[in-house]
Design a protein around this ligand. Sequence first.
Ligand SMILES: [Zn+2]
Ligand SMILES: [Zn+2]
Length: 355
Amino acid sequence: MLAATYIGPMASRAADLLTLTPQGLYCPAGGFHVDPVRPVERALITHGHSDHARFGHRHVMATRETLAIMAIRYGADFAGTTQEAVPGEVVRIGGASVCFVPAGHVLGSAQILIEQGACRGQGACRLVVSGDYKRGRDPTCLPFEPVRCDVFITEATFGLPVFRHPDARDEVAKLLESVALFPDRTHLVGAYALGKAQRVMALLREAGYGEPIRLHGAMERLTEFYKAEGIALGETPKVAADRAVKGIVICPPSAIQDLWARRFADPVTAFASGWMRVRARARQKGVELPLVISDHCDWDDLCRTIAETQAEEVWVTHGQEDALVHWCRSRGIRARPLNLLGYGDEEADAAGEGG
Ligand SMILES: [Zn+2]
Ligand SMILES: [Zn+2]
């Protein structure tokens, strides 16, 4: 698919370095796939979300944290062999060099810089697969580092100018105001189990909330892992669903609409997601307190990041590709949508919306 449209010398060079296969993006020089959606021989994984990190590859290279998250989710035998990628360290794989660089998305998340030296009369090419990333502050993971490159592959989950994420601290302040206003009501906060849940807890602690934050069972193991990694989340007991529970309970977004939620007395339902910017979506989900907290970039941060990479070419994938492709072209940056199949959007998926 990528090779089908010839749009210049760098484009063809980049398309040699990374091609699209039914398993996902593939680097022929290194013999590896990035975030493959089907089992492959050698996989490099950007982060632990289940659409990017799948079970059953022969060999997996990822950061130590991502390898641990995969083991928590799939069991210790999630891959034949594993190799830890140290952020910032350049590793040679076949005819390519790779380097994992923090992506600021969730604990352990990384962009992958793939580089191939000059050969056959063509210059070196530096390509970055950013996976999922954000620029907003997150006390639970290393911040995104922009990498200068020739080709930047970006997600576009919130790739429309209407998406502007507020400061997450202000959203958490809204939650705490509600808790103060309704001390007798349980505040059920829907949040994706990997990353978002722990970010909300860390922000609550930073805001001075000292009460126990109760967890739905689905949050427990990953939260324990974050704590073991030294992230201060305070006391987080498993919730016993009953009418006497007060304060804040973090649960998977789908649980808000479950029978499970009805065991609490008159709960306030909240949902932490970038999609909560769309009020109709919050209403449709029966969310009383929408919290616009996203682990993806908003429009301004997508544009800013593309500019910072100084990439001459941008491939835009999962999300709203068209507006970002247009934005790039209007600034003289070559750009194309990349139709990668099999990747979801955890901020929407978690609410059972699919796609
Ligand atoms: Zn993700
Ligand atoms: Zn993704």
